[in-house]
Design a protein around this ligand. Structure first.
Ligand SMILES: NC(=O)c1ccc[n+]([C@@H]2O[C@H](COP(=O)([O-])OP(=O)(O)OC[C@H]3O[C@@H](n4cnc5c(N)ncnc54)[C@H](OP(=O)(O)O)[C@@H]3O)[C@@H](O)[C@H]2O)c1
Length: 259
């Protein structure tokens, strides 16, 4: 697999999909900057990359903190060189069922999943625009397709992220910068391990990260998987509201809960 980039930064690289994508990007020959809040976990991922002959560095930042994110990207660029691939992956999933709806939980998700991605994008775009090359990747979710009972807040953040990437894409394309929105279904990571909801077609993290990297290598505008689930949800997207409400209520209400 050939990815047309030399220096990648992966946010949320301390566990799950982010850690696995960082390892696979390093195996593909890229220097990788890792950021998240937990230093020990980031160092452990960087250690496995270095042990296999790759190059990695770590910068701790809370994705919701703009100054900390800009500083973390600055220190990675000083150590590894100009960043030409961003994988904005940091994310949290917290249940927002109507009866227990918490504005505080919703704000936390918006701050990391959406605003945090914006901070990371701000950190890399000036350099990419100057160089007229680069690639911005955002890890959204199939949950962006339609608001799901129990996860309305999470779905809203992911729909927002997909719209943000789509809106930037035409302008950035003219500047030589690719944009990829990734919409995964359920992947076995600490996030899904914390949840007790029905998780159809749950995938292991290694093949999931491989699918994402293949999409990045092809500079696809979107990577939606697993295909069967993306196809099904694509049809669900077309359902009239009254039909959707009955179906989603029956299938998901009472079961969906993101912890
Ligand atoms: N697993 C799935 O089924 C699935 C499906 C679709 C989309 N996704 C998306 O994939 C991405 C990765 O999730 P995952 O499944 O790999 O979950 P995970 O293992 O819980 O990883 C989440 C990552 O985000 C980081 N993070 C959380 N809050 C942060 C903050 N305030 N500042 C900086 N980093 C923060 C975490 O690091 P620290 O705690 O160290 O900060 C961690 O590295 C998320 O955006 C998620 O929404 C996951």
């Amino acid at each position: 697999m050939r990815i047309r980039a030399e220096v990648a930064v992966v946010t949320g690289a301390s566990s799950g999909l982010g850690a696995e994508m960082a390892r696979q990007l390093a195996s593909a020959g890229l220097k990788v900057g890792l950021t998240a809040r937990r230093r020990d976990e980031l160092e452990a991922v960087a250690g496995t990359i270095r042990a296999s002959g790759g190059t990695a560095c770590v910068a701790v930042a809370d994705a919701g903190d703009r100054e900390a994110t800009l500083a973390a990207f600055g220190s990675i660029a000083r150590e590894l060189g100009p960043v030409d691939l961003l994988v904005a992956n940091a994310g949290v999933g917290i249940g927002t069922a109507a009866r227990q709806f918490s504005g505080e939980a919703f704000e936390r998700m918006v701050r990391v999943n959406l605003i945090g991605a914006g901070h990371a994008i701000e950190a890399v775009l000036p350099g990419m625009i100057r160089a007229r090359r680069g690639h911005v990747v955002g890890i959204s979710s199939l949950a962006a397709y339609r608001g799901l009972p129990g996860s309305a807040g999470y779905c809203a953040t992911k729909a927002g992220l997909s719209a943000l990437l789509e809106g930037l894409r035409p302008e950035l394309r003219r500047l030589g910068i690719a944009v990829t929105a990734v919409h995964p279904g359920y992947v076995r990571t600490p996030m899904t391990e914390r949840q007790s909801n029905f998780q159809p077609l749950l995938m292991d993290v290694e093949p999931a990260a491989r699918i994402i990297l293949q999409g990045i290598a092809r500079r696809k505008t979107r990577v939606d998987f697993p295909r069967r689930m993306a196809g099904l949800l694509g049809l669900v997207r077309l359902l009239p509201d009254a039909v959707y409400d009955r179906l989603a209520g029956r299938l998901l209400l009472g079961k969906a809960a993101r912890s």
